[in-house]
Each structure stands twice: as C-alpha cells, then as structure tokens.
Design a protein around this ligand. Sequence first.
Ligand code: PEP
Length: 253
Amino acid sequence: MSSRRPFIVGNWKMHKTVAETVGYVAEFASHLPSSSSGCDMAIAPPFTALSSAVAAAHGTTLQVFAQNVAAEGPSGAFTGEVSAAMLKEVGCQGVIVGHSERRRYYGETDAVVAMKTRRALDAQLLPIVCLGETLAERESGAALEVIARQLRAITDTLTDADVHRIVIAYEPVWAIGTGQAATPDIAQQMHRHIRAIWEATFGASADTLRILYGGSVTADNIAEFTALSDVDGALVGGASLSPSGFANLVRGA
Ligand code: PEP
C-alpha cells in the first residue's frame, strides 16, 4: 500500500480576477472543512491574484501555486518574467512547470523546463513538472519514448537532495480540455513508466514520488484515477474553476 499522500491541484490558467479569487477561496473553504480532507490541495491562480489567494487561504490547508516561473533569476533584465524568488516571497508553496500550453504556445523546450525546475528547487518551491505526448506522438507509437525524453531532461539535472522535492504530472496533450480523459489503463501504464525511470535513476525514492494525472479530470471520474496504484492525485484545469465543483472533486479523490 502506498504511503504517498494524494495531491489535487487546480490550474486556473488565464481565469479569475483578484476579486473572483478571494470569493473563490472563501467559498471553497466553506464547502470543504479542512478536517474532511485526506489529501493535499492547491490552486494555481494567475500571477496577479497570487498574493490575494495566499492571504485568503491563510489558516486553511489550501496551498497556492504559480502556473509558470522564469528560467532566469533571481532578478535581472528579463521583461515580463517573474522569478522563483518572487513567487516564494508572495507565499507560493510551488509552481507548475512545463505545462503543454507553455511548451506549445511559448516554445518551452525540455531544456527550458529543466532550467525552470532548477529555479523552483533553488527557491524552495515545489515544482510540478508536466510531461505529456501529443495525439500524433501517441498514434505513431512514440508515447513512452517522448515521456522518457521529457523526464530525463529533468532527472539529469537533479541532485539526491532534490528527488523528494518534486512532483510529476502526466498530462497527455490530447486529453487536456477535450473531455476525453485517458483511460485508466493508459494512465496506469504511463505512470508506471515514469516511476520505473525514476527508480532506475534514483532507486528506492521512486516509492515516494507523487505522479499526478491531468487531462479532463472531473468530480465524476477522479476516483477511477486515484484508485490506480501509480496515480497519486490530479492536475485539474476546467473542473477546478468552480469552488463547489472543485471541492466535490477533492472529496471524490
Ligand atoms: C490542465 O490544463 O492542466 C488540464 C488538465 O486541463 P483540463 O482538466 O481542463 O483538461
């Protein structure tokens, strides 16, 4: 039996103002007394709402993560970027790194994702590193190889001290925002693959690595994923935007 504590993270993407964020956190907390939650929970609002989210979540078990971080730091001439140290300063506990939308729309390569992961670790933030194959890669039979390549870009840069301070999210690109979640068989196979690579690289610490599934997770299907032996929670987009819906999903995990 796994001793890994489940982790459910809501990725809000480019949604919610400061006022909406504050209202969300209050409502979410009212739906989910902390005593009822057997898992770790986080929301990832846009940069502009992070401080307010941290203040609103104070005294609850809800954590606040950023959705992105600069590959450079801790400061410098990088217009538009926000460093890991700055995220730490406003009270974030972690950051999502390498989401497929960042890879696809903003050209983030495996090397950039590895640099961002390093920045997060150095600032004592918990990185959630996203991996995932496209539909074309899956259909051509390359899914396992793509995930291995994306993961090795990260494992190559980690020290022994880092290996317990990182979370991986398997998010097949074809499942994100499509309503077509991966089947439990695919999710389990891919998560096992990730854990096997971790084990071959870092040995027994693979038992403690949390691997989240992401891609069209809802309150209706979350239990199918968390029942799988190598799935330790979920990274949730659309279904995290309603506080009552997200509370329901967390309860089902
Ligand atoms: C995501 O953006 O990380 C995601 C998994 O989105 P959705 O749950 O909407 O598929």
